[in-house]
Design a protein around this ligand. Sequence first.
Ligand code: ZN
Length: 132
Amino acid sequence: MGPTCTSTYCQKSKSRHCSTFDEERRKAIFTEFWNMRSWDERYTYVKTMVKKVKKKQARSESEERDSSYQWNLSSTEGEHKQVCRKMFASTLGVSERTLCSWLTKEKQNVVPTVEPEVTNPQTINKPLSEED
Ligand SMILES: [Zn+2]
């Protein structure tokens, strides 16, 4: 799991809730994500949490690609709260590049060619805790 978001932009922004996710909650999300049995499940999770937002009416295919994404993490109450992309990637322990490729790929191509990109294993005690 990577470091939490410390962006002042996010702190000021009303639509970003990075700071509402404390380390405990982030760890819970991280653990839940890596306890999933397959990459299919992780892919589905990411697809559920990330919403595609069109910046404006797309008039061409190239504009279509400029659509941005809205990244959400679920709170303790199960509420989806918008965070920034860095916060999302760092909490799940997946690189932004991997996430972006998932969002543009079809389901059958989701198994990454790289190992899970856990950047700071020492910041958590057990990346994959024992069964329940
Ligand atoms: Zn942020």
